[in-house]
Design a protein around this ligand. Structure first.
Ligand code: AMP
Ligand code: MG
Length: 404
């Protein structure tokens, strides 16, 4: 058996960061910038009002209440058709440009407008600049907006849209194919014949890929023979940037995934000192990484978390490849084992109001018992020969959105 760190280092060494491409801004959510982005426009582009109200000359309000002549209306998207001078005001709506000559806005709630007379009473004194948003208060041309390496979230995309950026240089979102292997697998909903089970890994892996921000491609089901597995892998290599398979990497007589990978690519088969997910094959076929995950449903998810997710994040230009490790208080005895492996236990729980994690051990810790994994919010990491009792601290890997 080799250590988790050695196995993961092997995978990460073999995977290279994808070449950056130009991506339409609308498709860039979640991608990592490959180049700095510098602003070419001003935001806001012009001085405008933050309130619905009346644009005024601030000095006119010093003796408030004061009555002013209303000489026009400016809506958002329009421009004042003339300037204002002392004694005058213009109705103005949020986002509309300040009329020339006006230097302050009085919010509508502090005015009394007599539309028929064309006059407004201003109740309060306001300083120059009141409720005025200056041009360039958010962004000025030449500002470094976001550095290379930034993962683009909703706010980033909004800023880029606000300065008229339509494409960015980013690392492409990995397209990842998923194939299930196994003669026992049924994926069409028919009643099960003796010995058959339903394929659950494929949907799980397709979904977890999407949750991780990758594009998932269904490569279907391959039977336990070399031809079927090779066909699926070649299809995946042609269509995808990486492929995940499940099953067929163990010591069974019909475990052909590792056999095929060895024949058509550069493959390393590993027995890793972890439980679950001990067997794992990783290979490159025509330069495309193929992750041969184990078939047991919990094992395939844990193997995805420990090897595939970090590898795919590297491909996507991410700098933080692993989920941030945390410490948690375990409410349950996690026991001690002496099998030379690091155990990953399915736990439920989360951070309290102070951010301190508390976890409970879920029932059904077998690698075939997917329910526990489905309900898990974290994996507890229990090293060999370490005894963890109720109330002790334990290392955990938060999963899902808790672990980002
Ligand atoms: P294997 O790694 O192919 O020996 O499979 C290990 C265990 O996982 C066996 O009990 C398989 O039936 C089960 N298994 C393999 N692939 C899947 C799958 N796609 N969905 C559910 N169980 C599976
Ligand atoms: Mg199998």
């Amino acid at each position: 058996m080799i250590s988790l760190d050695e196995a993961r280092a092997h995978v990460l060494d073999q995977i290279r960061v994808a070449d950056p491409i130009s991506v339409a801004l609308a498709d860039a959510g979640g991608l990592v910038l490959a180049a700095d982005v510098v602003a070419g426009e001003t935001v806001p582009p012009f001085a405008n009002t933050a309130m619905d109200g009346f644009a005024v000359v601030a000095a006119d309000t010093s003796a408030a209440p004061v009555t002013l002549d209303v000489v026009g209306t400016v809506a958002a998207g329009a421009a004042a058709d003339r300037a204002i001078v002392a004694g005058e005001a213009m109705r103005i709506m949020t986002g509309a440009p300040m009329p020339p000559g006006a230097d302050a806005v009085v919010m509508v709630e502090r005015t009394n407008y007599d539309e028929t007379a064309g006059r407004v009473e201003v109740e309060i004194t306001v300083p120059s600049g009141n409720h005025v948003r200056g041009a360039g208060e958010d962004v000025r041309p030449g500002d470094l907006l976001f550095e290379a390496g930034t993962q683009l979230g909703a706010g980033h995309l909004g800023v880029l849209a606000s300065v008229g950026v339509t494409t960015v240089m980013a690392y492409p979102r990995p397209r990842v194919g998923v194939v299930s292997t196994g003669d026992e697998l049924v994926d069409d909903g028919r009643p099960l014949a003796p010995g058959e089970i339903r394929d659950s890994n494929r949907l799980t892996l397709l979904t977890i890929l999407e949750e991780s921000g990758f594009d998932a491609i269904d490569l279907g089901l391959a039977r336990d023979n070399e031809d079927a597995i090779e066909t699926a892998f070649r299809d995946g290599v042609a269509r995808c940037d990486a492929v995940l398979s499940s099953g067929g990497v163990s010591m069974g007589a019909f475990d052909y995934v590792k056999v095929v990978l060895d024949r058509i690519g550069a493959m390393r088969w590993m027995q890793i000192a972890i439980k679950p997910a001990k067997p794992f094959a990783f290979g490159l076929v025509d330069g495309t990484p193929i992750f041969g995950l184990p078939g047991n449903p919990v094992s395939s998810m844990v193997s995805y978390e420990l090897f595939a997710r970090p590898g795919l994040r590297k491909m996507a230009g991410q700098s933080a490849l692993l989920r941030p490790a945390r410490r948690a208080i375990s409410a349950d005895d996690l026991g001690r084992h002496d099998d030379g492996k690091t155990h990953f236990l399915r736990m439920n729980g989360g951070p309290d109001d102070t951010g301190r994690w508390h976890v409970r051990k879920l029932g059904g810790q077998g690698s075939h018992q997917l329910t526990g994994m489905a309900n898990a919010t974290a994996l507890a990491v229990v090293p060999d020969q370490v005894d963890i009792q109720a109330g002790d601290e334990v290392d955990i890997i938060p999963l899902g959105t808790l672990g980002s």
